[in-house]
Ligand binder design. Structure first.
Ligand code: AMP
Length: 307
């Protein structure tokens, strides 16, 4: 059994109030893999890069138990490139540039050794490519999670709606939930989005935490108040990686266990933002992860006597 991860493997150029990077390694699937690897050791990647993508970064994935048999490397082509600038609040950002490059003609191929996966994480990517991966699976995974963003809603809404019919969990941020549903209230937005197909919806609210919905219940996880936030890039993907990695390891897909997974995802995301790019996630050890999860437990625990 394994966790199949699909998503971008990319170069990013990031500007925050604290500094600026040239092209550094990023991508949704990169962050998902690094984060999930803390909980699950059989991660299979499907993605594409150009010949400009560094071997060191592929080795970094191998060092985190990420199998790259399904990572296509295209000769004479360029890796997907994204550039963004964060506002002073570090919660919102503008996309400055998205160059699809290798993604434009990407035809994902799921290697036969990747079949029979326990969970499928459809990380942020063109919705039709997410669907093509799903279509190649001989057996439906126990859990299918899809992450997406406004870029795909703006340009490929019809394809996204098709993919949404087949997934168990959708993860998006608050702005995207409003865009997808046309509703301002997040409770109304959740109701509408759940009618599109997913059984669970996670709405990420950056430094204001995350909400988990199903048809009847709602759960809220705070974000850890951090002294220093350097770069929020990849926080959403890191959240998704922790969430799905934990669920895949525990094999319990109930709402109760998803609450725990949301806390795990939030704890992982809190590391990601502490340094630029993948630096913090790459160097993270399990003791630090466990300590931080305990901090979350302390943060939300209180006694109350009702009068
Ligand atoms: P996050 O901050 O979690 O939304 O993820 C940021 C990562 O997503 C960056 O490393 C980018 O390379 C990647 N990314 C940016 N735009 C897109 C897009 N349109 N599709 C897929 N991945 C993207």
């Amino acid at each position: 059994m394994s966790l199949l991860v699909v998503g971008t493997v990319a170069f990013d150029a990031i500007e925050t109030p604290f500094g600026k990077t040239d092209k550094i390694v990023g991508g949704a699937a990169t962050y998902i893999g690094l984060s999930a690897s803390k909980f699950y050791d059989k991660i299979n990647l499907v993605s594409v890069v150009g010949e400009d993508f560094p071997k060191d970064a592929i080795n970094m994935m191998h060092n985190h138990n990420v199998n790259t048999e399904g990572l296509q490397i295209k000769e004479n082509e360029k890796t997907f490139f994204w550039s963004g600038r964060y506002h002073n609040d570090m919660n919102s950002r503008d996309t400055l540039d998205t160059q699809l490059n290798v993604l434009e003609s990407f035809n994902p191929v799921v290697p036969s050794s990747y079949q029979n996966c326990e969970c499928l994480m459809l990380g942020n990517l063109m919705p039709s490519i997410q669907q093509k991966v799903l279509d190649q699976l001989q057996k439906r995974p126990k859990l299918i999670v899809l992450d997406t963003m406004n870029f795909w809603m703006d340009n490929f809404m019809d394809d996204l709606m098709i993919a949404l019919k087949n997934v168990d969990v959708l993860t998006i941020n608050d702005e995207e939930a409003r865009q997808l549903s046309g509703e301002y209230s997040l409770v109304k937005a959740a109701k509408k989005i759940l009618s599109f197909g997913p059984k669970f919806l996670i709405i990420k609210k950056g430094e204001h935490g995350a909400l988990l919905f199903n048809e009847k219940e709602v759960f809220f996880a705070p974000a850890l108040p951090l002294e220093e936030v350097f770069d929020p890039t990849g926080a959403g993907d890191t959240f998704a990686g922790g969430f799905v990695g934990y669920l895949c390891a525990t094999k319990d897909y109930s709402f109760e266990n998803m609450k725990r997974a949301v806390i795990i995802g939030s704890a992982m995301a809190s590391f990601c933002v502490e340094k630029f790019g993948t630096e913090r996630m790459n160097g993270l050890d399990m003791q630090e992860v466990n300590d931080r999860i305990s901090q979350f437990v302390d943060l939300v625990q209180f006694d109350i006597q009702l009068v």
